[in-house]
Design a protein. Structure first.
Length: 239
């Protein structure tokens, strides 16, 4: 069994990555605004918080260790509801659509529309920066009239966005690169990596001692996930 030192090493890496990305995001936004561009993310802006957030094990563990009991109950309710919702669902587009339509907002969102885990929010959240008004972050483009869709696409700054979305491409790419580095470190320390839905991972860390299982090894982690009923490939991946 690996010691807690391996967990601490992962958590330290997560902190370093988050600080680095935070600095990069702020610098990029400042430069973009100086060149005449605009971003629209701010406190209380929450439409993107209805998206399914996926992250690595270490980032989820960092969140789990910073929750109070009320937040813990909220994430448990979220995880169980999502697990039940995905019974019989096997395609990623169906999962993403159901999550946005049926699950509502992130379980860590406060009543005031703020992120309740902001200091330890994952890289995928930190890297999602919008170049359009927040209404577009919650839009169901299947329901948007064709003329509005065309106007939206025409107005995008194609030099910076992950087209056809309105989110900044280089920041998302940087977040993904850091996630990949974190997964590589976990594989070096544990022999495997674990990636999946943030709420599910946090719930497993809090209520099913997933961290202890990971210290034991891949088989124990897989057993912990299956025993809790979350062995769904759209929710979690052990590699």
């Amino acid at each position: 069994m690996r010691g807690e030192k391996a967990i601490d090493e992962l958590l330290d890496l997560v902190k370093q990555q988050q600080v680095f990305l935070e600095m990069f995001v702020r610098s990029w936004i400042d430069d973009y605004r100086c060149s005449g561009g605009a971003t629209f993310c701010g406190k209380g802006c929450r439409n993107c918080c209805s998206l399914a957030v996926h992250t690595g094990f270490a980032e989820a563990l960092a969140v789990a260790r910073n929750l109070d009991e009320t937040q813990g109950r909220a994430v448990e309710s979220y995880a169980v509801r999502l697990r039940d919702l995905l019974q019989g669902v096997s395609e990623l587009p169906d999962y993403l659509r159901l999550h946005r339509q049926e699950m509502g907002f992130c379980p860590f969102l406060t009543d005031g529309g703020d992120c309740g885990v902001y200091p330890v929010r994952p890289l995928s959240c930190r890297s999602l920066i919008s170049t359009r008004e927040s209404v577009w972050c919650g839009a169901d483009f299947a329901q948007v009239p064709p003329a509005e869709r065309e106007a939206f696409v025409a107005a995008l700054d194609k030099k910076v966005v992950a087209f056809p979305s309105h989110y900044v491409a280089v920041l998302q790419e940087s977040g993904k690169e850091l996630e990949s580095a974190g997964a590589k470190t976990m594989r070096e320390l544990f022999g495997f990596s674990l990636y999946g839905n943030l709420g599910v991972l946090v719930h497993l860390c809090r209520s099913h001692d997933l961290a202890k299982a990971c210290l034991t090894g891949k088989d124990a982690a897989v057993g912990c996930i299956a025993g809790a009923g979350f062995d769904h490939p759209l929710l979690l991946n052990v590699t």
